[in-house]
Structures are given as C-alpha cells and as structure tokens.
Design a protein around this ligand. Structure first.
Ligand code: ZN
Length: 232
C-alpha cells in the first residue's frame, strides 16, 4: 500500500476544495481552482506610485508606497478567501497570498528598499481565541518571497474590545491610536517598514499603527494589504 494510494483515498473522503468557490477540487498547495484564480481582481497598484490605496492616506500619513493586491467586493472570490483566513482557521490562505504578493512586490521599484515587515497585531486575547493572527501569516508569506525579515512583536496591541459607538470621532481616533505601541524600538530605528494587514477599509487601524512607528527616529513607512474595500 503506497503513500500515494493513501493520499488518494484521503482526498476521496476529505477532498481538498477551492477556498473561494468551495466546489472544485485542488492540486497540491493551491488555495483556488483554475476558474476562481482567473476571476481574482488584481489591482496592479504596486506599479503605481499614487493609487486608490495611497489616496486614502493622503494628508494623514506620509507613505513611501502603498498597495492592495485585490479588489474586495461583497460575494467575490477575494471576500471568500478573506473569510476563510479570518474565521475558518485557514491560516495557509494568508501564507499563500502573502507569498504570491511578495513575488510581485519585489519586482516593483517602490517596494525594493523595504528593511522589515510588520503585521498589524491582534490583542493577545483575541489572537488566542482565533488561534493565530491572520496578518502574521500574510507577513510570513511576504517575508519568504521578498527575502526580508518580519517581526512578530514590532507592534503590540494593548487594548481589547472597547466599544467605540458612544464616542465622538476624535475620541475614537484617540482610542485606536492608544491601542498600539511599538514593541521593539531598536529593531525599527532607521528602517523602512512595510506594515501589513488583511483588508484596507477606512484605514484607521493602519493609520494608528503607522503613527506609532513614525514616532521612532528615522523610520519610513509603506503599507500593503491583500484587499482593498470601498470604491473611493
Ligand atoms: Zn474555485
């Protein structure tokens, strides 16, 4: 009885299905089937100095470069992949998409002089509940193909689950800002940092993280996410 035969039998009962459509079966380490793969809406933003991603931080954070890999829309393949990554325990989605994006980013002049990759942290209690921080896996994937180090504790999240609804806009911003602190100041000093998250929506979280990092002397900030939501 060969190992291949066992794998075949295992796949028969527990088929390895596409994580975007949940229908077609997959080969090897793929996370999407051929059909879904073709429908993934790439942004091409990594080749543009100014784009929809960098526009969202205009007047808020000075970015060296910023880009999202895919457009996020309700019901599209990207939404399904992000859901699997965040809520269904499929950490390998982050690893694969991060590695795929890293291959593109190292070909772009805007992302060539990155020194270190830092994921947006979860609060330790939330990370324990989820089992992992999805952004860590994206950072690991990027690190692998960009050949740059990533730091798990470059940033630390100090607040957990405080309700924001009763607060004013300014109070909300202050609250988000005070949720993060730099974990390893000496490791960031003088570095060009690539901040990583799963989806860009309003950018409030990324802005707070970047603000904290930029308080460390001589740092520069770039950002990437797997997806960008919204139309502006
Ligand atoms: Zn599929």
């Amino acid at each position: 009885m060969s190992a291949n035969w066992l794998t075949h039998l295992f796949n028969l009962f527990f088929p390895h299905l596409c994580l975007a459509c949940g229908k077609n079966s997959l080969q090897g380490t793929a996370i999407t089937c051929f059909s879904c793969n073709r429908k993934l809406p790439s942004t091409g933003m990594h080749l543009m100095q100014e784009n929809r991603f960098t526009d969202r931080f205009f007047g808020r954070i000075y970015l060296q470069a910023g880009a999202a890999m895919y457009h996020f829309k309700d019901g599209n393949q990207v939404q399904h992949l992000i859901h699997q990554l965040k809520y269904e325990g499929k950490s390998r989605v982050g690893l694969k998409l991060g590695a795929d994006y890293g291959k593109l980013l190292i070909q772009s002049t805007f992302f060539r002089d990155i020194d270190v990759i830092i994921p947006v942290p979860l609060h330790p209690v939330k990370e324990r509940k989820r089992g992992y921080n999805q952004s860590d896996y994206i950072a690991m994937g990027l690190s692998k193909t960009m050949q740059k180090p990533w730091l798990k504790k470059g940033l630390i999240r100090t607040k957990y689950g405080v309700s924001q609804t009763q607060k004013s806009r300014i109070e909300r911003y202050e609250n988000v800002l005070q949720s993060f602190k730099v974990g390893q100041i000496d490791a960031l000093k003088g570095k060009h940092i690539l901040l990583v998250d799963d989806v860009l929506t309003t950018g409030a979280t990324l802005e707070a993280c970047a603000t904290k990092i930029l308080e460390v002397p001589d740092t520069k900030i770039s950002m990437v996410t797997i997806a960008i939501a919204g139309t502006n």
